[in-house]
Design a protein around this ligand. Structure first.
Ligand code: CS2
Length: 455
C-alpha cells in the first residue's frame, strides 16, 4: 500500500501529521531543486507553519531535468514522511506542504503557471553549488546557466513585471557564502544578457536575502525505505531521513510576506555572515576533510570517520584552531560549543551518512569550505596543517586512479594531473594562475609542503 492522502488515517498513531486542509491551500512558494534536503528542511518548516494556522504557503517544487522525484511523489499526491533519527530512536511525520512536483524541462508551462501565480511570493533554491553555473572567477557561465533555472525564472519575472504582479523574494538555501547576494548578482547578469528590460524591475521589486541552512540529510537507501515500510505498514517512495537537529538563519529582508518560519525554530537576523561562515568552514569544512581522508583510511560513513582517533584530532584542530579563528564571530556566538555539538552530530550512528556523498563535487565545495580559511590565515602568516592534510587528500582523490570521481571538473582535474604530474599539480591548482588561484594562492613553501604530502 502506497502513502497517499486517501490512506492517511491508516498510519500508526505515533506518526505525526499536518492538520490543515491541503486542497484549500494556494501555492505561495516555488522551489527549485526538489531533493531530499529541501524536503527535510524548508518544506518541513513550511509544513509546521501551516499546521500552526498559517495559510496559502503550499510549495510547487521543481526539478530541472530529472523526473526521479516526481515519479516517487506524484502517486503519493506530494505527500512524504520525514524521519528524525537520534539517540532516542526514530520519530516520523507526514509532511503535506508539497503541492506538486514539476519537471521543468518537460512541463515548462506548469512551472510558469506556478511562478506567475499572484499567490506566489517566494522562490527558493537548493540547486547545489554547481546549479548556479559560476565560472571559477565567480562570474556567470552563460552557457551552463542556460541549462539551469535562469531561463525559467527570467521569463517569469518578465511576465510578473508586465502583469504588474508583486515582486518575489528569491531565497537561496545552498551552501555558498552570501548565497543571496551571489544569486542576485548572477541573475542580474543573466537578465542583462537575455531580458534587459527586466533588470530595473528585478532590482526594485525583488529581494534576495542571505540564509544559512543546516540539517544533515543522508541519501535514503532501499534498506531505509523497507524498514520504514515495515514500521508504517505503508510504502513511502519519497521518504527522507535526517537528524533531529535543524537550523535556519535568514537575513530579514523579504520583498513581501513570508511564512512564520521563525515561530518554528528559524531565526531572522540582520547579518547572516558569521553563522554562515562558521557553518561552511567548520561543519562543511570538517565534512569534506572526513570524506577524503576517511575514504583513504578505509571508512565508509561519517560516524566511522569521527570515531577514528587520529581523524577526530585532525577534525577538532581544523574546526577550532583553523576555521574558528579565521573570522570574527557574532556577539554571543560560541564556536567552542558549536564544534562540540558538531562532533556529537557527526557521531550519530543512526544517520549512516556516506562519505562518498560528501566527497562529490569537491571542486565546487572546497573554495568556501577550506580555501577561504587558508587565505585568512595566510594574510596573518599562520599555517593550517589540518587543512593542508585534507587538501592533499582531495588532490589524491581527484587524480581519479582510485575510482570514478563525481565532480563537474573531474575530467579537467585528471588532465591537469596528467600534464603537471605529482611535482606540478599543487602549483597548477593553487600557484599563480592556478585553477583555484582566485580563491587562494599558496606561497612557494606551502606548494612544496603540499607536494611532499602527495607522496
Ligand atoms: C555535506 C552537506 O554533502 C555535503 O557536502 O557537507 O550536505 C551537509 O550535510 C549539510 O550542509 C548539513 O547542513
Amino acid at each position: 500500500m502506497r502513502l497517499s492522502p486517501a490512506i492517511l488515517n491508516l498510519l500508526p498513531p505515533d506518526v505525526a501529521r499536518f492538520d490543515y486542509d491541503r486542497d484549500e491551500q494556494k501555492v505561495g512558494i516555488v522551489h527549485f531543486g526538489l531533493g531530499a534536503f529541501h524536503r527535510a528542511h524548508q518544506a518541513w518548516y513550511t509544513d509546521l507553519a501551516m499546521s500552526g494556522g498559517e495559510r496559502d504557503w503550499a510549495i510547487a517544487g521543481a526539478s530541472l531535468r530529472s523526473d526521479a522525484v516526481a515519479r516517487r511523489l506524484d502517486p503519493q499526491g506530494g505527500l512524504y514522511t520525514l524521519t528524525e533519527r537520534g539517540a532516542a530512536g526514530e520519530a516520523t511525520r507526514v509532511v503535506g506542504a508539497l503541492r506538486e512536483a514539476i519537471v521543468a524541462d518537460r512541463s515548462p508551462e506548469r512551472l510558469a503557471i506556478a511562478l506567475t501565480a499572484p499567490s506566489t511570493r517566494i522562490v527558493s533554491f537548493t540547486v547545489t553549488e554547481k546549479g548556479y553555473a559560476r565560472r571559477p572567477d565567480g562570474s556567470l557561465d552563460l552557457e551552463l546557466a542556460g541549462r539551469s533555472f535562469y531561463p525559467h525564472l527570467a521569463e517569469c519575472l518578465r511576465q510578473r513585471m508586465r502583469r504588474n504582479l508583486p515582486g518575489l523574494t528569491l531565497l537561496s538555501c545552498d551552501n555558498l557564502p552570501r548565497n543571496g547576494e551571489v544569486l542576485a548578482r548572477l541573475l542580474a547578469e543573466w537578465l542583462a544578457a537575455h531580458a534587459p528590460d527586466t533588470v530595473r524591475w528585478f532590482d526594485g521589486e525583488c529581494a534576495c536575502p542571505n540564509s544559512m541552512v543546516d540539517r544533515i540529510v543522508p541519501a535514503a537507501t532501499e534498506a531505509d525505505l523497507a524498514a520504514l515500510e515495515g514500521r508504517l505498514g505503508v510504502r513511502d517512495e519519497g521518504a527522507v531521513f535526517t537528524e533531529p537537529f535543524s537550523q535556519w538563519i535568514i537575513e530579514n529582508r523579504f520583498a513581501g510576506p513570508r511564512p512564520g518560519w521563525d515561530r518554528h525554530g528559524a531565526r531572522l537576523v540582520g547579518d547572516v555572515a558569521p553563522y554562515e561562515t562558521a557553518k561552511l568552514r567548520m561543519l562543511n569544512g570538517a565534512h569534506s576533510a572526513m570524506a577524503y581522508l576517511g575514504l583513504e583510511r578505509g571508512h565508509g560513513f561519517v560516524d566511522q570517520a569521527i570515531a577514528d582517533e587520529e581523524l577526530r584530532a585532525l577534525v577538532e584542530r581544523l574546526m577550532l584552531e583553523e576555521a574558528a579563528t579565521s573570522f570574527v564571530p557574532a556577539e554571543g556566538q560560541d564556536l567552542r560549543r558549536y564544534a562540540a555539538d558538531l562532533i556529537a552530530r557527526f557521531a550519530n550512528p543512526a544517520l549512516e551518512h556516506r562519505l562518498a556523498q560528501i566527497a562529490a563535487d569537491g571542486s565546487e565545495k572546497i573554495p568556501q569550505r577550506w580555501l577561504e580559511t587558508l587565505r585568512a590565515h595566510d594574510a596573518r602568516g599562520e599555517r593550517c596543517p589540518a587543512l593542508l592534510e585534507a587538501l592533499a587528500s582531495w588532490m589524491r582523490y581527484v587524480r581519479g586512479d582510485r575510482g570514478a570521481v563525481d565532480d563537474p571538473m573531474a575530467a579537467h582535474l585528471a588532465e591537469l594531473w596528467r600534464t603537471a604530474g605529482r611535482s606540478g599539480i599543487a602549483a597548477a591548482l593553487f600557484g599563480p594562475g592556478g585553477l583555484f588561484a582566485d580563491s587562494w594562492r599558496a606561497g612557494e613553501a606551502t606548494l612544496a609542503e603540499l607536494t611532499r604530502k602527495l607522496a
